[in-house]
Design a protein around this ligand. Structure first.
Ligand SMILES: Cc1cc2nc3c(=O)[nH]c(=O)nc-3n(C[C@H](O)[C@H](O)[C@H](O)COP(=O)(O)OP(=O)(O)OC[C@H]3O[C@@H](n4cnc5c(N)ncnc54)[C@H](O)[C@@H]3O)c2cc1C
Length: 389
C-alpha cells in the first residue's frame, strides 16, 4: 500500500478517514459511556470494519501491511477527536508477538481472523498485584502436565479482557532458582478466553477513575493445550521487550492526539469566554500556558515521528520510542491541566468533556509504563549510569 500511494497522501487520507469516522461518535457518545462505564462497542466495531485496527497486520494475513508511522496517525486522530483509543489500541499491536514469534500454524489460524475482527486479541496479561513494575518476579506459573500447561496465579489491570476473545499471557515456566538470569524462564501463552472462563479463569472488573474496562484475572489451575505456547518456552521476556517500542510509539501518538484536542478546546474557549469585558484569551496569564503546552505537544510529536520512522526502517529505536512516550505523556498532561485552568469552573463540569479527557490522559503517566521506568531506562541503558534495580 505504501509503495502504491505517496506517503504524504497516504497519511493525509488516513487522517481524514479516521476523522470522518470519529465524527460519527461525538462527545455525547463518549460522555454517556463514561457515566455508565460502558465499552464503546459501536465505535470499536466501526473502526474494525473500516480496517483501521488491522493496520499492522501484513496483507498476506488480511491486514493493510502498514507501518507504525501510519498506525500512530490512526491512534493520534482517534484521541484528537475526543475519543479514547485505549478502548481498542491493543487490538492493533498485541498481535505483534504472534506475528514475530508465533508458528506458521498459529499465524494462519489467528491473524486473518484478528484482521477481520472475527477474533479480538486485545488483552495482554503482564502486571501482577504483588510484583508491579518488577516484571521478572511475576508469580503466575504454568506447569507442564502431559500435553497441557496448568496455570496458577493472578494478574491485575488486564484491560479489555471482557471484550477480547484471546489473551496473550506472560507466565513463569521455570522457577527463578533454576534459571541463569531472572529474565529467563518466562513464557508467552495465547489463551482462548472463550474456553477458559469458568474452567479455571475468573475475570473481575476493576472500576477506575476513567472508563477503561480493566480487570483482575484469577487463574485457578486453568489447563490449556501446550500449543498455546508462542515461540520458545523460557524466552517470553525477550518477546515482551520486542513489542514494547511499537507500543510506546502508539501510546505517544495517543498522547499527542489528546494534547492537540486539549489545546484546540482551550484556545477556542479562551477566545469565546468574555470576563472583565474581554476574552480571557487576551490575558497573557491565559495565553502563555496554552502557547507553552502547544510548543511541548508539537516538540513531542517530532520525537514520535522520528521514533516511528526508525522503527519502520527496522533501525534501533528504543531510546527514541521511550523519549517519545515520556515527552508526549508529559505534554498531554500539561495540556490537560492548562485546559482545566482555562475553562475555570466549567473545566470540572461533565458536559464540557475536559474533565473526562483529563482523567483519561492522566493514565499515560503510569501505564503501560510509568515515567519513572522510562527515566531509569534512559539513565541506565542510554547514558550508562549505574543500575538502580
Ligand atoms: C487503567 C490501567 C490499565 C492497565 N492495563 C494493563 C494491561 O492491559 N496489561 C498489563 O499487564 N498491565 C496493565 N496495567 C498495569 C500498568 O502497566 C502498571 O500499573 C504500571 O506498569 C505500574 O505498575 P504498578 O501499578 O504495579 O506500580 P508499582 O510498580 O507498584 O510502582 C508504583 C510507583 O512507584 C514507581 N517505582 C517503582 N519502582 C521504582 C524504582 N525502582 N525507581 C523509581 N520509581 C519506581 C513506579 O514508577 C510507580 O510510579 C494497567 C494499569 C492501569 C492503571
Amino acid at each position: 500500500m505504501i509503495g502504491r500511494v505517496p506517503q504524504v497522501d497516504l497519511h493525509q487520507d488516513l487522517r481524514s478517514g479516521v476523522r470522518a469516522l470519529c465524527r460519527e461518535f461525538p462527545d455525547a457518545y463518549w460522555r454517556d459511556l463514561d457515566a455508565r462505564r460502558a465499552y464503546p462497542e459501536a465505535f470499536v466495531t466501526a473502526l474494525t470494519s473500516a480496517g483501521y485496527l488491522a493496520a499492522l497486520i501484513p496483507e498476506e494475513y488480511g491486514g493493510s501491511g502498514l507501518g507504525v508511522s501510519e498506525a500512530a496517525i490512526i491512534m493520534e486522530e482517534i484521541n484528537r477527536s475526543g475519543a479514547n483509543a485505549g478502548a481498542c489500541h491493543a487490538q492493533m499491536y498485541t498481535m505483534g508477538t504472534l506475528l514475530r514469534h508465533g508458528s506458521d500454524a498459529q499465524k494462519r489460524a489467528y491473524l486473518p481472523k484478528i484482521a477481520s475482527g472475527e477474533l479480538r486479541l486485545q488483552a495482554f496479561g503482564v502486571s501482577e498485584p504483588t510484583t508491579g513494575s518488577d516484571t521478572t518476579q511475576l508469580k503466575t506459573t504454568a506447569v507442564r502436565k502431559g500435553d497441557s500447561y496448568v496455570i496458577r496465579g493472578q494478574k491485575i489491570w488486564i484491560s479489555r479482557a471482557e471484550h477480547s476473545d484471546l489473551l496473550l499471557l506472560i507466565v513463569r515456566t521455570t522457577p527463578i532458582p533454576d534459571v541463569k538470569k531472572r529474565s529467563d524462564g518466562l513464557s508467552v501463552l495465547l489463551i482462548d478466553m472463550r474456553q477458559a472462563v469458568g474452567h479455571g479463569l475468573t475475570i473481575r472488573p476493576i472500576r477506575t477513575m476513567m472508563n477503561h474496562a480493566t480487570t483482575e484475572l484469577f487463574f485457578d489451575d486453568l489447563e490449556v493445550p501446550v500449543d498455546t505456547l508462542v515461540g520458545e518456552e523460557g524466552k517470553g521476556f525477550r518477546y515482551l521487550i520486542d513489542g514494547l517500542n511499537a507500543e510506546r510509539i502508539l501510546i505517544a501518538a495517543e498522547c499527542i492526539g489528546d494534547g492537540r484536542w486539549f489545546i484546540e478546546r482551550a484556545t477556542k474557549y479562551a477566545k469565546d469566554r468574555v470576563v472583565f469585558g474581554r476574552p480571557i484569551g487576551q490575558n497573557q496569564g491565559i495565553q502563555f500556558p496554552i502557547a507553552r503546552a502547544h510548543v511541548n505537544v508539537e516538540a513531542a510529536h517530532l520525537m514520535r515521528v522520528r521514533a516511528a520512522e526508525l522503527f519502520d526502517r527496522r533501525e534501533p529505536c528504543g531510546a527514541e520510542a521511550n523519549m517519545a512516550k515520556l515527552l508526549a505523556a508529559d505534554a498531554s498532561w500539561e495540556a490537560a491541566n492548562v485546559a482545566v485552568q482555562t475553562y475555570g469552573g466549567f473545566g470540572f463540569a461533565e458536559d464540557y468533556d475536559i474533565e473526562r479527557k483529563f482523567r483519561e490522559t492522566k493514565l499515560y503517566q503510569v501505564a503501560p509504563i510509568s515515567t519513572n521506568m522510562i527515566l531509569a531506562y534512559m539513565a541506565e541503558h542510554v547514558l550508562g549510569l549505574p543500575r538502580s534495580y
